[in-house]
Design a protein around this ligand. Structure first.
Ligand code: MG
Length: 383
């Protein structure tokens, strides 16, 4: 029996690498559903190559283009957010890889969990925004959420065989991004081109900017809390510029386990889609002789305030991580459009956290409302 895969966000960085993994294992996987937001041309190309049961283009203006191009193929074509949310529930899907960007991942992920689909989670914002709701629903439905984020995949790989042993703490590694070692006065005028140059990983624009500002690590701290059921004080961050140790877990007997490898997202993608199996792969191998020094240092949260703000949101709980995420999405978007400076992104997030109303036990509608209101507040701060 082949594993039947849905990829939400198939034209992005994670989506295209997932299709490489699938292509390398044609006996193991079958593509059931591919979805994209705007990139109709690549979605069409992927649909012709992989012949999924259906595709969804969320931007409805592109529907006619996709429909026409796929007319000679036995591929159903849908458009819009509602089609995305319902297509993930298709009977024929075994596993849903959520590789959407940002808040947009929340609703389709919840729908997939409702339908009992196994989740390979690349969209960390889903757990940042509504971790409590998502993990409670997954528990109620008996659904497993396997991490695709490389750090969380590392923790998950270290946990295999240890699921009954309590975790003392986990240590997430951070590369430090392109501005590691810089101080605030050196970061005032950095450009988006500089911020988009990640030293180790090739990723989408949103996560690359988040990596440069350390917000990515902040979001990952919150993601880890929910994935592994931890208290905020059980999650630590250490800067590791070589990005070889992908994260570590410390058990109650003091033993620390780490997962290592060259930075390549195809491994965590593949592991999430094949767990508990490991399939052969021709990914490049790590050579210790090439890396005489693996180094570690404390993160500089005075310069990179986003990491401290994320911890603050996590400690406050309720809808505050949702505020953090929405404010950050707006700030990153504004930075990419040259409307705010690099350091000002943290100001937007900080002020939104200070000004938005606190909701202690949010429900789905509260998250939607918090997200909407925070975006309005952030826009006021940006303009
Ligand atoms: Mg990561």
């Amino acid at each position: 029996m082949k594993k039947r895969i849905a990829i939400l966000g198939s034209t992005g960085s994670i989506g295209t690498q997932a299709l490489q993994v699938i292509q390398a294992h044609p006996d193991y996987f079958e593509v059931e559903l591919l979805t994209a937001q705007h990139n109709a041309a690549l979605l069409i190309e992927q649909a012709i190559a992989f012949q999924p049961n259906a595709v969804v283009i969320t931007n409805e203006d592109k529907y006619a283009q996709v429909k026409e191009a796929l007319a000679p193929h036995p591929v159903k074509v849908f458009a819009g957010e509602a089609a995305l949310a319902s297509s993930v529930q298709m009977e024929s899907i075994d596993l849903v890889l959520t590789a959407l960007v940002g808040y947009s991942g929340l609703t389709p992920t919840l729908r997939a969990i409702e339908a009992g689909k196994t989740i390979a989670l690349a969209n960390k914002e889903t757990l940042v925004v509504a971790g409590e709701l998502v993990t409670a629903l997954a528990k109620a439905k008996g659904v497993n959420i396997y991490p695709v984020d490389s750090e969380h995949s590392a923790i998950f790989q270290c946990l295999v065989g240890e699921f009954h042993n309590p975790i003392e703490k986990i240590i997430l590694t951070a590369s430090g991004g392109p501005f590691r070692g810089k101080k605030r006065d050196e970061l005032l005028y950095v450009t988006k081109a500089q911020a988009l140059k990640h030293p180790n990983w090739t990723m989408g624009a949103k996560v690359t900017i988040d990596s440069a500002s350390l917000m990515n690590k902040g979001l990952e701290v919150i993601e880890a809390k929910w994935l592994f059921g931890l208290r905020p004080d059980q999650v630590e961050v250490i800067v590791h510029p070589q990005s070889i140790v992908h994260s570590l877990i410390q058990f109650q007997d003091s033993s620390i386990k780490a997962q290592l490898g060259l930075p390549d997202m195809r491994l965590p993608i593949q592991f999430a889609m094949t767990y508990p199996q490991r399939l052969t792969a021709d990914f490049p191998r790590f050579d210790f002789a090439q890396y005489p020094a693996l180094t570690f240092e404390k993160p500089d949260t005075e310069t990179f305030r986003n990491l401290a703000l994320a911890f603050e949101a996590l400690h406050r709980g309720g809808n505050m991580p949702c505020v953090l995420n929405a404010a950050n999405e707006m700030a990153v978007d504004a930075f990419l459009k040259d409307k705010v400076g690099f350091l000002a992104m943290s100001d937007v997030v900080e002020q939104c956290l200070a000004k938005m109303d606190y909701v202690a036990s949010p429900r789905y509608d509260d998250y939607v409302e918090t997200d909407r209101e925070t975006r309005i507040k952030a826009l006021e701060l940006i303009h």
